[in-house]
Design a protein around this ligand. Sequence first.
Ligand code: GAL
Length: 369
Amino acid sequence: MGVTRVHRIPAIALAAALALSATACGQEAKGGSRYRPGGTGGGTIGIAMPTKSSERWIADGRNMARQFEAKGYTADLQYGDDKVENQVAQLENMIAKGHRLLVVAAIDGSALTDVLRRAKEAGIRVISYDRLILGTPNVDYYASFDNERVGRLQGQYIVDALHLDEEKDDKFSIELFAGSPDDNNTKYFWSGAMAVLKPYFDRGQLTVRSGQRKMNQATTLRWDGGTAQKRMDDLLSKNYGDARVDAVLSPYDGISIGVISALKSVGYGSADKPFPVVTGQDAELASIKSIRAGQQTQTVYKDTRKLARQAVRMADAVLHRKKPKVNDTTTYDNGSRVIPAFLLDPVSIDRKNTELLVEEGYFKAGELK
Ligand code: GAL
């Protein structure tokens, strides 16, 4: 016990400093990123998000903070800048302050075992947000999208766009990208896409010229677009020469944008050399604009407002000692136990249906111009 305390002091001091700096630069999370020690009414909810480098996480955090506050809680919203040690320190800090519940989108799904043990000891409940936290029993519920289906939508889009079922003799080349190796979602996106694409690889209709067909050859640490761009530069220069790549499986819009930059740098995007089919995920504004401009081909829309609502509902139920509604009690085994989950439905978006995002109020019409 004494040892634990000695070790915790510096972590807490660091976390407090981080909390303050996150508040100072958290302006865009309007009404969300407020640091209010103590809290009022329903108590304080700690919201630990991975990064502000992607607009979706900014929206997720802001939406949850607003919704918690509407229910009478105080929200302590923190971003980890994609650094595991920041996120751990932020969680330590939330536990030290006696927050009632933690909602966590993990940077590294396997790195939170110790800190969540301390949450458990302090009687603090935990909801895993979008990404499953692994290797610990101390996760109460999981709110996410059907991650396997996200991958299937991406794979099926490629099959349809290349008309693989109609033109069975046509052959195409494809390169494959996967998400961050420390994010549990990565394997679901990959396996969903591969379940759809495998028969076409087996029939020889699709070929990966680089030979990099395994997930661990295709991962992109922290989902970084620059890393993906470098890998795509490399794949193109080493394997394509005069040949063209017809499709790129990308699991996330930030990766797609990096891939498209690499494609442009070797002349794709002209009448002679049109862009390949490039998938994506998250319906980020840059990608929706890219889709409308005929560059990226597809993305998967996951309404972060709905996910936030789901997590807030779960948290509120838990804090009122009720059982939250779940719709999946078998899929998400985190290595310690199966975490009851509520999974939402993802929607495929391409040039033909970007207007849906405006109709649903996800973007304003003017933003897509
Ligand atoms: C995943 C998430 C995706 C995407 C990606 C990169 O965990 O499910 O929607 O946001 O992280 O941020």
